[in-house]
Design a protein around this ligand. Structure first.
Ligand code: ZN
Length: 396
């Protein structure tokens, strides 16, 4: 889908350097007036490179800033994400703005979680709910006809821009977006995971995007609107989420929604693991113990994630279920305390927290993460003796 044209290495380098320079100056700016000038120049350059399919220039600038210029990195990343997920377009001779939004849904099931094409009634109903509860009056909306897993979503800035433009185009024509299902990867099997719907909202330039931004509407009505939307979308999705427990989260602009989804998925997954053991094997939280350990990529680096192994209270070796808790920039110590508190809230009182780090390991056969056991080893989860029909259990 991406355009690939000849672009000299020297030009690429010069462009990345200009972006990095502008972002550094912007991060030092002390006023809105100065900010706006840097921002305008950056947005112009970013939009031009995205439109021409040269988003690797932006990635190169971000790489350059990542180590020594955290403030400038954040500014440039914010702008680049915002440029990729929004756009300006002309409809009937009038300037309009489009925003790509994502609707996160957390789900768990002992069966395979749904993903892929959505029935047209579901797509149409989702669009109706976006118009009714989220978008400003008179906005044009379109929904993509796919339930995406996280690894099926557009990844690079250029891919995000492509999907946004396709959805803006569909919204302009008053249609839904038909996604080529062959272009989507097969999702990794997980007990609990996130799913996303993608949609676009288009409004006349400079006017409110969301309903709660309109004049005469209380800005605080936002949470009630999001709640009403979540309730309605829960009903709309029921036919595709059979056999799942699921929770619709507040929608947001594409990148913000993904970050929120990742964050919320952590506690949800822990809950799902404990509920699964209870419902499927009648293992009550009081008969379980949890082991927490930090896993890292290399020595002397901050841990990249916490992993939680769940075992029977009387077995210090076998791990029956595991949960990955990515740190997402959080402080490791605080995150560990948060995990401990969450485990206790679920009724598991026996908790082992290992002080030593484990290498970030996965099973060579099935790619599943390894989890810590109470005796201090990193092990593969073991299917329960009376293993039922859960398809995700490893057979090796
Ligand atoms: Zn395996």
């Amino acid at each position: 889908m991406r355009r690939s044209r000849y672009f000299s290495r020297a030009r690429h380098h010069a462009d990345a350097e200009t972006l990095s320079k502008l972002a550094r100056r912007m991060s030092e700016s002390g006023s809105r007036i100065e900010d706006r000038i840097w921002e305008r120049r950056l947005v112009e350059l970013i939009n031009d490179r995205l439109a021409r399919g040269f988003d690797e220039v932006i990635d190169a600038a971000l790489d350059d800033l990542a180590t020594n210029h955290a403030g400038a990195y954040d500014d440039l990343a914010d702008l680049a994400e915002s440029c990729a997920e929004s756009g300006s377009l002309e409809i009937e001779g009038k300037r309009h703005e489009g925003l790509l939004i994502a609707l996160p849904v957390l789900a768990w099931s002992r069966y395979k979680l749904p993903s892929g094409p959505l029935p047209s009634a579901v797509v149409d109903n989702a669009a109706v709910q976006i118009s009714a509860h989220l978008a400003a009056r008179g906005a044009r909306c379109a929904v993509a006809d796919t339930l995406y897993s996280i690894d099926q979503l557009p990844e690079s800035l250029g891919e995000v821009r492509d999907v946004a433009e396709s959805l803006f185009d569909a919204a302009t024509r008053g249609q839904s977006l038909k996604v080529d299902q062959k272009s989507l990867r097969e999702p990794i099997l997980m007990l609990a995971d996130s799913r996303y719907l993608l949609a676009a909202i288009i409004v006349p330039e400079g006017t409110p995007v969301y309903h709660w931004q309109e004049s005469g509407v209380d800005p605080d009505s936002k949470s009630a609107a999001e709640q009403a939307f979540a309730e309605q979308l829960t009903g709309v999705l029921a036919p595709v989420m059979t056999g799942c427990r699921y929770r619709v989260l507040a929608p947001n602009a594409f990148h913000a929604a993904l970050r929120f989804g990742d964050r919320e998925l952590r506690g949800f997954s822990l809950d799902a693991a404990v509920s699964y053991l209870k419902l499927t094997y009648e293992l009550l939280p009081t008969s379980l113990q949890a082991t927490i350990a930090a896993y890292e990529n290399k020595r002397d680096r901050p841990a990249t994630e916490l992993r939680i192994g769940i075992s029977r209270a009387d077995d210090d070796d076998a791990v029956v279920e595991g949960v990955v808790w990515p740190l997402l920039g959080d402080d490791e110590e605080q995150a560990t305390e948060e995990v401990e508190a969450a485990i206790k809230r679920m009724g598991i009182h026996k908790i082992v927290t290992h002080a030593h780090r484990f290498p970030l390991e996965y099973c060579d056969d099935c790619g599943a993460p390894m989890f810590p056991n109470p005796s201090g080893h990193s092990v593969h989860t073991e299917p329960m003796e009376d293993e039922g029909d859960r398809p995700t259990s490893p057979l090796h």
